[in-house]
Design a binder for this molecule. Structure first.
Ligand code: G3P
Ligand code: MG
Length: 339
């Protein structure tokens, strides 16, 4: 049993500290590993402290992402410790597994395979639509690759204005002021799901780069223009900082904790991240379903500019992930009455 859980007089305490780690800006920036990343994970593995990764990234299977991160760290990680922005979509399979879904956000076959692995059987990508309707994009002479990357906003708005999701149709309800939302998205159009609210993220480039939340902002702007400001864009969103993502992650963490220590319960969960609007806001607001205490620790290796006032105040700020974990371990040791 790890020493941390031994209270005064060597009696094991019945609660464990646990960690939820963001990835980009905490362990890596682009292709670069952040110093201290490997030894931090190695230390927690040796101590058998439960931890999971919770990233707003995605586009690959959990298995391939966890293997890639493991290779970079030179450590073996378990897929059961890994939650991406779209991992909670496993829960949508009972409802949408047999319905046609259009998946957007990564290269065609890669994202189709991913959706199939989740259990969605009828998966379309933007290239399928392009193949059927080459003129849907005004510049069909451009490459397929180009369309896959840049044609999404056109296809999304076409579908949201359609009748029942049939490409090439227009709902007569659009703009009907007698209907909710002035008739927009009231005619059995496909439901719109987003899975990463991050406006920016941290890469090797010195300044934060636009992330998927920026695409949502662009779509909202377009939709406002298209509907003359009369229709709200109706969609659902998951990913940090949303509550469903934290509920899902907590369940994954609980299961992982049980796997490591079947008879011990998690006490405090430390969310360690670089993005105040994502990692910190989500952890601060979250009301645990399992009776855990959630604390947030902001690191200075990503989005957050050291010395500035963070948009959401963390419980603690640390230089990097190594320092963050050391702070937690010291704090937990004190709480357990050890020297
Ligand atoms: O697209 C990924 C990015 O938005 C953030 O990833 O690991 O910092 O949640 P992460
Ligand atoms: Mg991050």
């Amino acid at each position: 049993m790890p020493g941390l859980h031994i209270a005064n007089g060597a009696e094991p305490t019945d609660s464990l500290p646990a960690f939820v780690f963001d990835i980009d800006g905490v362990f890596i920036r682009g292709e670069k590993l952040i110093p201290g990343a490997r030894e931090t994970i190695r230390l927690l593995q040796r101590r058998k402290d439960p931890f999971i990764f919770l990233t707003n990234g995605g586009g690959h299977t959990e298995q391939s992402r966890v293997e890639k991160l493991g290779q970079r760290l030179g450590l073996t990680l378990d897929v059961e410790q890994f939650v991406q922005s779209h991992t909670p979509y496993y829960d949508l399979v009972p409802e949408y597994g047999d319905k046609t879904v259009l998946v957007l956000g990564a290269q065609g076959d890669q994202i189709r395979d991913l959706a199939h692995k989740y259990g969605f059987k009828k998966v379309l990508t933007s290239s399928d639509i392009m193949a059927e309707r080459p003129l849907i994009h005004p510049f069909p002479e451009m490459t397929k690759d180009h369309h896959e990357k840049y044609g999404h906003l056109q296809i999304i708005t076409d579908l949201l204005l359609s009748r029942g999701g049939f490409i090439g149709t227009k709902s007569p309800k659009n703009g009907d002021t007698s209907l909710p939302n002035n008739g927009y998205q009231q005619d059995d159009q496909p439901k719109l799901f987003f899975c990463n609210p991050d406006f920016q993220w941290s890469t090797e480039y010195p300044d934060p780069r636009l992330a998927q939340g920026a695409a949502l902002a662009a779509l909202k702007g377009l939709w406002d223009e298209i509907t003359g400001g009369k229709g709200d864009l109706l969609y659902s969103i998951i990913g940090k900082p949303t509550e469903p993502t934290y509920v899902y992650a907590e369940k994954v963490l609980q299961e992982y904790g049980k796997k490591l220590h079947p008879s011990l319960e998690i006490g405090t969960v430390y969310m360690i991240g670089d993005n105040p609007r994502s990692d910190i806001a989500g952890a601060n607001d979250f009301e645990s379903r399992c009776g855990y205490k959630w604390k947030s620790v902001l690191v200075e290796t990503g989005i957050y500019v050291p010395g500035s006032v963070p948009a959401y105040q963390p419980d603690h700020t640390a230089k990097d992930v190594k320092e963050a974990v050391q702070w937690v371990l010291r704090k937990e040791k004190l709480a357990n009455g050890a020297e």
